[in-house]
Design a protein around this ligand. Structure first.
Ligand code: SAH
Length: 253
């Protein structure tokens, strides 16, 4: 693991979430799936880019399922296993260290693929097309993804996010991409502000202070924190133009 990756892992590991989101919002997305699955038998769920597993725990509590939680960092998976044990759902969760662009699951093996704040690592279009084969026909793809909320926006914010993530697009464009990749979109909703602030940027800011005390001589560490702080400031100023959006879609049979 290179140094910058290790620093990022260390910065985020004590937080409940590694990206914007919330337990209530995980549950809301799950409720939108209710008409489309039947867990009277045990379902198979993949949670890709699970981090320390906030959404994994919600799913494990709510659904009769065997969940495979995947992340690139073994340290996050270890933390997830601890949390699962404390919550009493460890028997429903298996962790797997793997890269999301190189998954070796069988075709047609999952009822639900869940991925919060993580598909951007390989790009939304790439993720929805390469993961599709792992879903059973009629299976559910549930993702949260940064998206534009308006058709027009100030050029500063347009450039900032396009430079950081060139797959960023409008909700209508993402919905179309789902259709073109062989899914039937079912629902979407925008993550509210508390998912970014209370659940992500504020706990991250607290971690920054501890992290800086440990790494006050590291230029890489300082650059990482400055980039996070810049992003949080930009969010406050431009939040009407973008958010994470949950997308719920079914693999078209
Ligand atoms: N779902 C969690 C974490 C989101 S942050 C939450 O919402 O809190 C994105 C996660 O993707 C991190 O845990 C990061 O370690 C993981 N990740 C980054 N690149 C990855 C890759 N190539 N394969 C698998 N996981 C990856």
């Amino acid at each position: 693991m290179d140094n910058i990756m290790k620093l990022m892992m260390e910065l985020h590991i004590d937080n409940k979430r590694q990206g914007p989101g919330g337990d209530d919002e995980t549950l809301m997305a799950l409720k939108m799936c209710y008409p489309y699955y039947d867990d009277s038998r045990t379902l198979r769920i993949a949670d890709i880019g699970c981090g320390t597993g906030s959404q994994t725990l919600v799913l494990a509590k709510e659904v009769n399922a065997e969940i495979t939680a995947v992340d690139i960092f073994p340290e996050f998976l270890e933390r997830l296993r601890q949390r699962a044990t404390e919550t009493g759902v460890d028997n429903k969760i298996t962790t797997m260290q793997a890269s999301m662009d190189n998954l070796t699951f069988e075709n047609d093996s999952f009822d639900i693929i869940w991925s919060e704040g993580a598909v951007y690592n390989i790009g939304f279009e790439n993720g929805i097309s390469s993961w599709r084969r792992f879903l059973k026909p009629g299976g559910l793809m549930v993702l949260s993804e940064i998206s534009w909320l308006t058709d027009q926006r100030p050029s500063y914010i347009d450039k900032y996010w396009k430079t950081a993530y060139d797959n960023i697009d409008t909700i209508s464009a993402k919905t179309k991409q789902l259709e073109q990749a062989g899914y039937t979109p079912i629902a979407h909703f925008v993550l509210p502000e508390h998912c970014w602030q209370e659940n992500y940027y504020i706990p991250l800011e607290l971690s920054h202070e501890r992290f800086l005390r440990l790494h006050d001589k590291s230029e890489e560490a300082i650059a990482l924190i400055n980039a996070d702080r810049e992003e949080a400031g930009i969010y406050l100023k431009y939040k009407e133009y973008y958010s994470y959006v949950f997308y719920i879609a079914r693999k078209t049979e």
